[in-house]
Design a protein around this ligand. Structure first.
Ligand code: 5AD
Ligand code: SF4
Length: 453
């Protein structure tokens, strides 16, 4: 042990670059924020490490959407703080949604080991905050509201794991007031990123060899509504599709009532838009949807699905659903099962309701006991498994178009237009980064196995 301590001290006195270890929790927005944070840290001369024990800076980009991620983050801080025993000068930073929700309270809960704290509002302040940390002070900057200059974060490049596709954040925050959700507290009101900034980033990405862009926002379908002169999201999609070299476009997450006719038309008309859409419905019961403050009905949701399938008959839908929202009866839950049966999702992300501090639903009476949530979840998953098996039967014999992004163990691996993983036995590594036709031989619920056409 003393050896290790001594060893790392020697390393500290060397002039070599500082090492940072970043751990990201939560959604794709957080993944993209971490990519941006890496861009900033690289400019500041940091190197990246996968070994937290060797890090000079450990940064946790956190999530607080349910209680489970909260617990995970706290457990990880408990583990990572041991880095200070190995390297007394190592620093611990926490950013993202849990940092925004808890602020200094989080540092107290963690025993005062946190040196640096910020959120998705002030990623671009990282250079100044780190200077403060370097001076031996705690740099905790949790702002009540996003600052005016927050778009400056986009002036830093992202550092992505994959060279062929890229996340592009197009808006921040959320204006919906779903009664279960902590996001308005952690990411603020909706702010759309200016169109020029988005198009410029995509042009730059394409120049770097990116073929597929994945537009991100808590509620991307509301992009442009908050501009002085509002612009429909569909317009942005047409503009992106005009950029030479953009071969595939995905976007997440959509809100059912914002899936307007012009947007459905654009999805039908723009060939680069993938044949997949993530459209959370949260519950199939109109009574629960009202309690959730979701502004659509089950019937309206299914109508949107039908309209989508008129323009894209084979679209692969995915969705989020919450089980056991306060007051959910067996009858309400059966409505959810019915919606799942009718909509036929290629993938379903189901969550047990988790009360979040400061959200209205956490105070609602009739909280559903955990055993009931578990039992309902089980039934929902069984149903979804059956549907996925049915849907996967349509693939064998067909040609799909994966963008190959990885080569491992003699296989090319990529995601196709339906967002399915496709695997092909092949050593033709020159096909990496290309969208290639593949004939499907065999299909499981998650992976399509095929051969090059
Ligand atoms: N409890 C359970 N699930 C939640 N989600 C958001 N808030 C909660 C909560 N309090 C789910 C929703 C959302 C997904 C990202 O997480 O389904 O779409
Ligand atoms: Fe988690 Fe929601 Fe924050 Fe994403 S936006 S990191 S899901 S709390």
């Amino acid at each position: 042990m003393t050896e290790t301590v001594k060893g790392s001290e020697e390393r500290k006195t060397e002039k070599g670059p500082k090492k940072v270890f970043i751990k990201t929790f939560g959604c794709q927005m957080n993944v993209n924020d971490s990519e941006r944070i890496k861009g900033i840290l690289k400019r500041l001369g940091y190197e990246f490490t996968d070994d937290w024990k060797r890090a000079d800076l450990i940064l946790l980009n956190t999530c607080t959407v349910r209680e489970k991620p909260d617990r995970k983050v706290l457990a990880h801080i408990g583990e990572y703080k041991k880095v200070k025993e190995i390297n007394p000068r190592a620093k611990i930073g926490v950013c993202g949604c849990l940092a925004q929700r808890m602020g200094e309270e989080l540092d107290r809960r963690a025993g005062g080991v946190i040196d640096l704290m910020f959120s998705s509002y002030n990623i671009h302040h990282l250079p100044e905050l780190l200077e403060k940390v370097e001076r031996g002070q705690k740099a905790i900057e949790i702002l009540d509201e996003p600052p005016e200059d927050e778009w400056e974060m986009f002036e830093y490049p992202t550092i992505r794991e994959n060279p062929y596709w890229a996340f592009v954040t197009i808006m921040k925050g959320c204006d919906k007031d779903c009664t279960y959700c902590v996001v308005p507290q952690t990411r603020g009101r909706e702010r759309s990123r200016p169109i020029r900034s988005i198009l410029q980033e995509i042009k730059d990405l394409v120049k770097d060899g990116v073929k597929e862009v994945h537009l991100l926002g808590q509620n991307v379908t509301a992009w442009g509504k908050d501009f002085e002169t509002p612009i429909p999201f569909s317009y942005l999609l047409y503009k992106i599709a005009e950029i030479d070299g953009v071969e595939r476009i995905r976007f997440t997450t959509g809100y059912p009532s914002d899936l307007t006719d012009d947007l459905i038309k654009a999805i039908g008309e723009i060939p680069q838009i993938a044949d997949a859409l993530h459209l959370p419905f949260q519950s199939g019961s109109n009574r629960i949807l009202r309690l959730m403050h979701r502004y659509y009905t089950k019937e309206e949701y299914l109508e949107k699905v039908e309209k989508l399938r008129e323009v894209r008959p084979d679209i692969a839908l995915s969705a989020d659903v919450i089980v056991g929202f306060p007051g959910e009866t067996e009858k309400d839950f059966e409505e959810t099962l019915d919606l799942v049966e009718k909509a036929k999702f290629e993938q379903l992300f189901s969550f047990k309701y988790s009360p979040r501090p400061g959200t209205p639903a956490a105070e609602y009476p009739d909280q559903v006991p955990d055993e009931v949530k578990t039992e309902r979840m089980h039934r929902l998953l069984e149903l979804q498994k059956r549907i996925m098996n049915e849907l996967s039967r349509r693939y064998p014999g067909r040609v799909v178009y994966p963008l190959f992004e990885r080569y491992a163990d003699g296989k090319l691996i990529g995601r196709d237009e339906h967002n399915k993983w496709v695997e092909v036995k092949s050593d033709q590594k020159h096909l990496l980064g290309k969208i290639v036709p593949v004939r499907v031989k065999e299909a499981s619920a998650y992976v399509l196995y095929g051969e090059l056409v």
